[in-house]
Write a protein that binds this ligand. Structure first.
Ligand SMILES: NC(=O)c1ccc[n+]([C@@H]2O[C@H](COP(=O)([O-])OP(=O)(O)OC[C@H]3O[C@@H](n4cnc5c(N)ncnc54)[C@H](O)[C@@H]3O)[C@@H](O)[C@H]2O)c1
Ligand SMILES: [Zn+2]
Length: 357
């Protein structure tokens, strides 16, 4: 067997394995040096966690974390560390995160600080985790002051992606990942964008061939970008397309009534408006992106206060002092990082994103 691709980073590289049915082969693929700990949730345990555990010759311990963004905290990470140490984890332990981005980020963070870092394997089970959060080595938890404020980088030993796992994913979660995939298309792969643009209905019905191709292409975009820029000094920021306004929408909505992917979709519409106003994105391509986003949006935006969205955008992590940083598309498949977005442009983008509220 050969991996789908290899992600390079400063300390080495790791394989991304991708195929239907791979979950049951996890034990054969990874080479644990010591004891194995499978971190999952009560709901995902039976469906996936136990299958992954059964794939190991030696006994693998299963540890459950309560799901949900509200549980992605230092307290959860600490209780996981207590469990791991209590079950005798040594420096040669291997932590295997089986679940969506919440499990991957939290278990990954715990693995990064346990005994100054133990082996981590990501087994992503949501579309978002498969095409985004499992790759790139970012791990962390939330703080009362904001999302993902505590964390670091801990590159996995391997990522094992099994698109079969997506069959049971609720539609809204599937859609959330699809927006990230669409973003990846606009950022760096026009063929990926076209796959989604051409037959969104088939995708939403999870046509296996189409889903596989979208997952493959989006993983490639992300792997390429993070290989070239491991720590988000430059190029990696390109993946933030749609996120400046998207995050602001999520914050203003208090993360209720809207998924991350949906917010990114509206954020892409906002970014496109700024790009059009600057004259760097053609009307026709902006129209194609916007039509595809609107076809996918399952509902409208929750009621939002424009000034709250604006205030949240001003506090965006990516901002350096007074200048606003935004990722703007030049064409489908090509974006640029713009450092000098004005307050007026930001407000213009937000108005476009919120236009049909
Ligand atoms: N590390 C990164 O680079 C990175 C990138 C993007 C997002 N993230 C983080 O990822 C998190 C979001 O991840 P997510 O969208 O995967 O959400 P999630 O992990 O919260 O999972 C969403 C829901 O789907 C359920 N679920 C998972 N797999 C399932 C399956 N196969 N079948 C049925 N149900 C399933 C879960 O139980 C959960 O209820 C956020 O915390 C975000 O900050 C991290
Ligand atoms: Zn995102």
């Amino acid at each position: 067997m050969i991996p789908f691709l290899t992600v390079r980073h400063a300390g080495g590289s790791y394989p991304v394995w991708l195929d239907r049915g791979l979950l049951d082969q996890t034990g054969r693929i990874v080479e644990p040096r010591g004891s194995v700990f499978i971190i999952t949730s009560p709901t995902l345990r039976q469906r996936f966690g136990e299958r992954v555990a059964a794939s190991f010759e030696k006994t693998a311990a299963i540890i459950e974390l309560e799901e949900g963004e509200a549980n992605k905290t230092l307290a959860t990470a600490e209780s996981l560390l207590t469990r791991l140490l209590g079950e005798g984890a040594h420096r040669d332990a291997m932590v295997i995160a089986v679940g969506g981005g919440m499990i991957g980020d939290t278990a990954g963070f715990a693995a990064s600080i346990l005994l100054r870092g133990v082996d981590l394997v990501q087994v992503p089970t949501t579309l978002l985790a498969q095409v985004d959060s499992s790759i790139g080595g970012k791990v962390g938890v939330n703080h009362a002051k904001g999302k993902n404020l505590i964390g670091g980088f801990h590159q996995p030993r391997a990522v094992i992606t099994d698109p079969d796992a997506l069959d049971s994913l609720p539609q809204r979660e599937f859609l959330s990942g699809l927006f990230e995939a669409l973003k990846g298309g606009v950022v760096g792969d026009s063929a990926l964008f076209e796959r989604i643009e051409t037959d969104p209905a088939a995708l939403l019905q999870r046509d296996a061939k189409l889903v596989d191709e979208v997952v493959r292409r989006k993983i490639s975009v992300k792997a390429k970008v993070v290989s070239d820029d491991e720590r988000e000094g430059g190029l990696r920021r390109i993946l933030n397309y749609g996120h400046t306004i998207g995050h602001a929408i999520e914050t203003a909505a208090s993360y209720e009534g809207i998924t991350h992917g949906e917010a990114v979709g509206w954020g892409m519409i906002g970014a496109n408006a700024v790009a059009r106003r600057r004259g760097i994105l053609r009307e026709e391509e902006a129209g194609r992106i916007e039509r595809t986003i609107r076809t996918l949006q399952s509902g409208g935006l929750p009621p939002l206060d424009r000034s709250q969205v604006l205030a949240a955008a001003r506090h965006d992590k990516k901002n350096r002092r007074e200048t606003r940083v935004m990722v703007l598309p030049r064409a489908i498949g090509e974006c640029e990082i713009v450092e000098d977005v004005t307050e007026a442009e930001l407000a213009f983008g937000i108005d476009a994103a919120l236009a049909d509220q």
